[in-house]
Write a protein that binds this ligand. Structure first.
Ligand SMILES: [Zn+2]
Length: 700
């Protein structure tokens, strides 16, 4: 249920209890003889009290409590007293228990989330220099013990006694026919389907916080990155956060006649980051100049930007000593400590897919391979080369020239957005208008705007939803001293899509137990629906049919790229699982090898270059524990959802609201109810074929 809270576009953490809530487990310690006897007696007396028609519910409920009962919860008599007192019959008594638990959990989650958000202010928001204290506050997790406290207080046992645990197989097979209440009951029980000790949870929070901290300040001062012949290709003061800003700078430079040399230099920077050959002193430091090609570092004579507190004026070429892989390994080790509590899913990869995404990993990789193996890849690749007037280079995986905005210079776009949005407040004030232009009624636009707070982010931006109905969603975006540049604006529109989904799926949904969407890919999908219209919202006009075809090609090319990234991420975690004692250096070698392998298999045939490492650059690989697969899944889902909105006769507002209110079903059930079809790459492949045919020169 992480997806219900956060559009995880920037480094942001969830309360561990919420992260771990999305789980189901039907195994546990075998019950002691005493408990077996107490169970049997409790079943008997409950049958006497409730009649044989309740027998199946009684047997299931008592067994579910016994499965998670530990000696410290009490002796056999305490066990029996609890189940006999708390079991309720269906009808009004069960409805009342359901209602109480639903409300109580909403309040607990909601207040913990807002408390956690407040404690992380210094870490997440651009409030000036980062203090060491901010890191401590950010690492402090008030809900770290919530999950265990719910067991200790026996609240979890009341839920387990009265509501059914389900397996992914059951939800996939039967969920399609469930009522809303049945879905809500399934999610209620699922919340208590694991019992992880607080210290293990705290270890997770700590490891993710360390990863996030590392990524949040991983900037490159581009004016200080030199070509082999000593030239500065980038403007003074340009600070790019890895990897988001580096990648977006490559995309933006397709509109720059002098862009090629700059793109090559950024690609070299990325390669050094992945291989950890970047000099440690060149990270987040405008006091030194770095020449990636030679690995040379010199003290810089140019003072163009204030130096962060960590920056050292030292001309040392020593490489960053595998820090990237040490943080990533730290998250693996913290996740590894949870393995005993998931006996059904002994690997993190399976757990992340079966529990978090509710799509089996084999089915998921099949979906990605269907995109990567399509012969359309070579055709679109030839078209890209033709449009560029040169052979493809590796960084052309980020080719941005299919987008209508590729024709407009970044500077011109920056000027427009800076003028319109000098501050975060200016963007906030424009939200009602933006939402009306997107197709929401004036009343809904106002309703939403009142529930979204806009703030300047320290990192690249993120959307933090609420977890109680009376709290607000938070939109965080990077606003520079001169105002919001185009990148910041583009991210803000994306995050606003998350926020709108978060408000509808929390505040106006029928059951808060179903708050959110099936998994993070779906919240990304809904955010992309907004983001795709950012230029239109700037007053640059709605796209024409030709532009729509280009947008399809852009989507295909982008999905292909991020599918490659996801395969690298999955393979890296698989490698860790078979090499749990690996050192950071060994892990670095493995990831570099995996990135090259995936490249050689799926990209080298199109690009004519082998052994490229760029697919390993994504920052969320390092700090988010197998999050990147949500991106390609999000693209595919978004494509289906966007296609769905295109067929609407009227504005999209009301339908967007209906879809958000489906809530946290399985992906399959959600997609069928949202657009009438299961998750599939076929709509994207079909549209790509049509777009190629519609190109002026025909398919190349
Ligand atoms: Zn997002």
């Amino acid at each position: 249920m992480t997806s219900t809270i956060v559009g995880w576009c920037g480094p942001v953490l969830l309360p561990a209890a919420l992260v771990l809530a999305a789980s189901v487990l039907l195994a546990g310690d075998s019950t002691s003889p005493n408990l077996e006897e107490a169970s049997s007696r409790a079943r008997e007396s409950l049958r006497k009290a409730h009649g044989s028609e309740a027998a199946a519910r009684i047997d299931r409920g008592v067994a579910q409590v016994a499965r998670f009962w530990r000696p410290e919860d009490g002796d056999a008599a305490a066990f029996r007293a609890l189940v006999e007192a708390e079991f309720v019959a269906t009808g009004a008594p069960l409805d009342a228990v359901f209602g109480r638990l639903e409300y109580a959990l909403e309040r607990m989650d909601g207040y913990f989330l807002s408390l956690s958000r407040d404690l992380r202010r210094g870490l997440d928001l651009d409030l000036g220099p980062l203090l060491p204290l901010d890191e401590r506050l950010g690492a402090f997790e008030p809900s770290a013990h919530l999950s265990e406290d719910l067991f200790k207080s026996k609240l979890a046992f009341v839920a387990l006694l009265n509501f059914p645990l389900t397996t992914l197989d059951e939800r996939l097979a039967r969920g399609g026919t469930w009522s809303r209440r049945e879905w809500a009951e399934a999610r209620l029980a699922q919340r208590f389907a694991t019992r992880i000790p607080a210290e293990v949870n705290a270890g997770l929070t700590q490891a993710y916080a360390e990863g996030g901290r590392y990524i949040a300040d991983y900037n490159v001062f581009m004016h200080h990155v030199l070509t082999a012949d000593g030239r500065r290709l980038f403007p003074a003061g340009l600070r790019l956060l890895s990897h988001w800003n580096l990648r977006d700078e490559i995309k933006a430079r397709y509109a720059d006649p002098e862009g090629l040399a700059r793109q090559r230099l950024i690609a070299a920077v990325m390669d050094r980051i992945v291989r950890q050959e970047i000099p440690a002193v060149a990270v987040n430091n405008p006091l030194v100049d770095w020449t990636p090609e030679r690995g040379a570092v010199t003290l810089s004579a140019v003072k163009d930007a204030p130096a962060p507190a960590t920056a050292r004026a030292e001309a040392r070429p020593d490489r960053e000593p595998d820090e990237r892989y040490r943080r990533w390994l730290g998250i693996f080790q913290a996740e590894r400590a949870t393995i005993p509590y998931y006996p059904d899913e002994p690997t993190f990869v399976d757990r992340r897919f079966n529990r978090g995404r509710e799509i089996p990993v084999a089915e998921f990789t099949g979906l990605l391979e269907s995109v990567l193996a399509s012969p359309l890849g070579e055709k679109v690749g030839r078209l890209v080369a033709q449009r560029l007037g040169r052979p493809l280079e590796p960084f052309d995986i980020w080719y941005g020239g299919f987008k209508p905005r590729g024709k407009l210079g970044e500077a011109e776009l920056d000027e427009r957005t800076r003028k319109r949005y000098p501050t975060a407040e200016a963007y906030a004030a424009d939200i009602p208008r933006l939402l009306r232009d997107l197709g929401f009624s004036p009343e809904r636009a106002r309703f939403l705007a009142e529930r979204i707070v806009v703030e300047p982010a320290r990192g690249s931006g993120h959307a933090l939803g609420a977890a109680r109905r009376d709290d607000k969603a938070h939109l965080r975006t990077r606003v520079g001293p001169q105002g919001m540049d185009y990148k910041g604006y583009n991210i803000a529109v994306h995050e606003m899509g998350h926020n709108v989904e978060q408000v509808f799926s929390m505040t106006t949904i029928d059951h808060t137990l179903l708050q959110g969407v099936p998994n993070t890919a779906f919240t990304e999908a809904l955010a992309f629906v907004f983001q795709a219209r950012d230029l239109e919202l700037l007053g640059l006009g709605a796209p024409d049919p030709a532009a729509l075809h280009l947008a399809v090609l852009d989507e295909f090319w982008g999905t292909r790229e991020i599918a490659g990234v996801a395969l690298v991420d999955i393979a890296a975690w698989r490698w860790l699982e078979s090499h749990p004692e690996a050192t950071p250096a060994q892990f670095r070698e493995a990831v570099v090898g995996i990135a090259r392998d995936v490249w050689n298999r799926h990209f080298a045939p199109l690009f004519g270059v082998k052994d490229v490492t760029l697919l390993g650059i994504y920052s969320h690989m390092v700090d988010s524990g197998l999050y990147t697969p949500d991106y390609p899944l999000g693209h595919l889902i978004a494509f289906q959802v966007v296609q769905h909105f295109r067929t609407l006769p009227g504005p999209m507002g009301a339908e967007f609201e209906r879809i958000c209110q489906l809530g946290n079903l399985t992906p399959d059930a959600w997609m069928r109810q949202a657009v009438g079809a299961p998750v599939s790459a076929q709509p994207l492949l079909d549209a790509t074929e049509r777009a190629l045919e519609a190109m002026p020169s025909g398919a190349p």
